[in-house]
Design a protein. Structure first.
Length: 474
């Protein structure tokens, strides 16, 4: 040990020194903010996860696998159609709204809010109309009768109040992750209570479709009220007054950014959810039920990781704007290390005890879904471990690169699913998902490394800061 108390280079650090290093590691400001926001959402997401599992257990016992698969097909059809049309405006609100507020330009900020809210409202209405109108001929692909098609028309009401993109962006930008957690819990409570009522009263498919619509509307309205309340509290609520003229001049690059991020999200959520629709057409609704239960269990850890996922993009964006590349790289590495251990542990639990967990969660009829669960578990473990990489690419202006990666990975995913669906059934969905996540993560990592190599190693110090550090009088 040296005189200053630092460890000798040739000796292993003691447990005390490791503990002190871990305390210093967690005390860094960006990571502390991420953990703070994560803890805020963690409590809400934990309750939502428990309620989600309870809802799954109730619903799979109230409906036989074939009927449960039809319910999931209806939900996926509505959500996929909505995701194909909607713009992920929360990313634009954070990126361009933060710039406007940093420059204290209230007019630019209100103009951005008006545009994003109107865009969300327009796409929500269009999504509802498209769902209700297209089901009468698309529903024939899954051999839906008139009763199921009318249920889809009723389910389209879930998208009418879907203004959640801008609402989420506002709340994340102002650090109100507690409000997002409250909306998530409200959604879960409504669905759990409704599902329990349906089980006790013997409801079938129509009753559970109504329950889903009510839970979605609850989430949408709670989030809308929370975002408007936060804007009112901060004095930004009069955003409908300014005209949209001059939007492109005041926010250069906004439209291109929104188109790129929308196409990227569409490829992930739209085509990513297309596996259920494809399985329903190629194999049948029972395969959809197996895939949905497996995906839900393997993605359970996301409820706990999602708070960090929601928080890291604003932090990385701020670091990229300040050109603080050492902190940018360091935050990615530290968050990846923080997530890797629980991801691998959860994968080990599901691989070792997957069949008993399936019986416990959904009943004996779902024990045969273990091979499907194994594939989804591997895919989600890869995605969880590398979840900081796509936000980092966006913060570096790599929306176009991410779009092409999503496109290539999604196309190969669908091709693999079509190739394996007939011989393997629902198992093909899990294997194709693991294949997609491996390709997506590898490509994103390669592009991110190439972009970071183009950046300077550290931020050049200001002359005044150098003089102050070395005690030089100006």
């Amino acid at each position: 040990m040296s005189a200053e108390g630092s460890p000798d280079p040739g000796r292993r650090p003691s447990w005390r020194q490791r503990w002190q290093a871990s305390q210093e590691w967690l005390s860094e400001t960006p990571l502390r903010r991420l953990v703070k926001h994560g803890v805020t959402q963690f409590s809400g997401n934990s309750l939502a996860s428990v309620l989600g599992l309870l809802t799954l257990a109730i619903t799979t016992r109230a409906l036989v696998p074939a009927v449960f698969g039809v319910l999931k097909l209806i939900e996926v059809y509505v959500r996929t159609t909505e995701s194909l049309l909607s713009f992920k405006s929360w990313q634009a609100v954070i990126k361009f709204g933060s710039d406007a507020l940093e420059q204290e330009d209230e007019g630019r900020f209100r103009l951005l809010l008006k545009f994003c809210y109107l865009l969300d409202a327009s796409t929500a209405l269009l999504s509802a109309l498209l769902v209700a109108g297209s089901v009468w001929w698309i529903g024939d692909l899954w051999k839906w009768g008139a009763e199921v098609k009318w249920l889809v028309v009723c389910a389209a009401a879930a998208t009418i109040t879907r203004l959640t993109g801008t609402c989420t962006g506002v709340l994340r930008m102002f650090g109100r992750f507690d409000r997002i957690a409250q909306a998530t819990v409200a959604n879960s409570v409504v669905r759990t209570v409704g599902s329990l009522s349906g089980l006790l009263l013997g409801w079938q498919l129509p009753g559970f479709v109504v329950i889903w619509v009510l839970s979605e509307q609850t989430y949408n309205l709670v989030l809308l009220g929370a975002s408007w309340g936060e804007l009112r509290r901060r004095g930004h609520l009069g955003f409908f007054r300014p005209s949209l003229r001059g939007l492109r001049a005041q926010h250069p690059g906004l439209l291109r950014f929104m188109v790129s991020t929308n196409l990227t999200a569409t490829l992930r959520t739209g085509l990513g959810s297309f596996d259920a629709l494809l399985l329903g057409g190629l194999v049948g609704p029972t395969a959809v039920a197996y895939a949905n239960v497996s995906r839900t269990l393997s993605a359970l850890l996301y409820r706990f990781i999602e708070p960090l996922y929601s928080s890291i993009y604003p932090e990385l964006t701020a670091m990229a704007a300040a050109r603080d590349w050492p902190s940018f790289r360091g935050l990615i590495v530290r968050v990846t290390r923080l997530i890797s251990l629980p991801s691998l542990l959860w994968m080990a639990v599901l691989m070792g005890f997957g069949a008993p967990l399936l019986r416990l969660a959904s009943g004996e009829s779902y024990a045969a879904a273990y091979p499907v669960l194994a594939g989804y578990t591997v895919g989600h473990a890869i995605w969880f471990t590398a979840f900081a990489i796509p936000p980092a690419l966006l913060a570096l202006g790599g929306a176009d690169s991410l779009l092409w990666i999503e496109f290539a990975a999604s196309v190969l995913f669908l091709a693999a699913l079509c190739w394996m669906a007939k011989p393997l059934g629902a198992t093909a969905a899990g294997l194709a998902f693991a294949f997609q996540m491996a390709l997506h993560t590898t490509a994103c990592l390669l592009v991110l490394r190439r972009r970071l190599r183009r950046q300077p190693e550290r931020v050049p110090a200001e002359p005044a800061a150098v003089e102050a550090e070395f005690g030089i009088e100006p």
